[in-house]
Design a protein around this ligand. Structure first.
Ligand code: GZL
Length: 315
């Protein structure tokens, strides 16, 4: 009987030693961190560059990165999975502005800091640490002022909208229209979503051309849709960059190549290199240090006069 009791005591002690390493989520015995990143499923060079920035920074810092790439519904499920795993922090690139309150509350209740990467949400500021992004309304105003100058205050503009539910699209349009309001002789004749994609952007412009819509400028909320517009104008025998001016946002390499060919006229920079800032915000929060609620990346406009000045000729 005594031998049996002794065995049970040894077994219990061994289990107690094992339990912490089996039950802790991201908390590693060596003190290293585990961070979940809920990225948007989107086939775009901008999005790929952002993901690479996060992965490279995680590797540099020795942080275990759990990457999920899905549409918004999948992003909510990914956050719940990260919470269940007990990660130390979450990076979220929110596909849309709304729908986050409940899961962000769950993360807060679990004591897990959430950093918004490259877009904003309409959830209460108390539920997330910081938003790290460009100032999208400013980008829209920069584009609007460029258009007003190139048109000498008179002409027709067609707008290729991003995802109407997404923060950058909503604000890039608001900023642009704010400037257009000061130019009564500039008419925005069309505004339609190209869903951030080159293929859909091409389809939208093809339909405008087929319907006989006339415009002097296309303002696209991202370079992908602008490249689609270029495809459509060329297929119609037109000369993009001359017959129709093209301005967009993102400053991806393909936009600089299009400017080099004379197919495109301008792009407003929107840096995807957000990994370092994202992890810095998480680590400062874990260390109890203050983090600004909005960390805004500065943007510049690159057109045919200065595109060669960009340090990397695009992202
Ligand atoms: C902006 C980012 C946008 C890019 C688009 O921070 O969210 O998402 O401008 C992409 O190219 O769809």
């Amino acid at each position: 009987m005594k031998r049996k009791m002794g065995f049970l005591i040894v077994l219990a002690a061994a289990l107690l030693l094992l339990v912490p390493s089996l039950t802790a989520g991201g908390q590693k015995d060596d003190g290293s961190l585990t961070v979940g990143f809920a990225q948007i499923k989107e086939d775009s060079p901008w999005r790929t560059t952002e993901t690479n920035s996060v992965q490279q920074e995680a590797e540099r810092l020795g942080i275990e990165l759990k990457l999920s790439v899905t549409e918004q519904a999948g992003q909510i499920a990914a956050l719940r999975d990260f919470i269940a795993q007990g990660v130390d922090g979450i990076l979220l690139a929110p596909q849309t502005r709304s729908g986050w309150d409940e899961v962000l509350q769950e993360a807060k209740d679990a004591g897990i800091p959430v950093v918004m990467l490259d877009r904003g949400v309409d959830a209460p500021e108390s539920l997330w640490v910081t938003q790290i992004s460009s100032d999208f309304a400013y980008e829209g105003r920069v584009a609007g002022n460029w258009v007003a100058e190139k048109l000498n205050g008179k002409g027709k503009v067609a707008e290729l909208f991003g995802d109407p539910a997404a923060d950058p699209a909503i604000l890039r349009s608001e900023g642009f229209m704010e400037v257009m309001a000061s130019f009564p002789d500039i008419e925005v004749v069309e505004s339609k979503t190209g869903e951030w994609s080159q293929d859909k952007g091409r389809q939208v412009v093809e339909a405008w051309l087929a319907a006989g819509v006339k415009f002097d400028v296309i303002y696209a909320h991202n370079d992908g849709m602008a490249l689609g517009a270029i495809d459509a104008l060329k297929a119609a025998g037109m000369d993009p960059g001359d017959d129709v001016l093209i301005i967009s946002v993102d400053a991806i390499k393909a936009a600089f190549e299009a400017m080099e060919r004379g197919d495109m006229n301008a792009t407003v920079e929107c840096s995807p290199l957000l990994g370092p800032l994202g992890f810095e915000a998480i680590m400062k929060t874990i260390d109890g240090k203050p983090v600004d609620k909005y960390i805004i990346n500065p943007d510049g406009l690159y057109d045919l006069d200065n595109y060669k000045d960009h340090p990397t000729m695009g992202f």
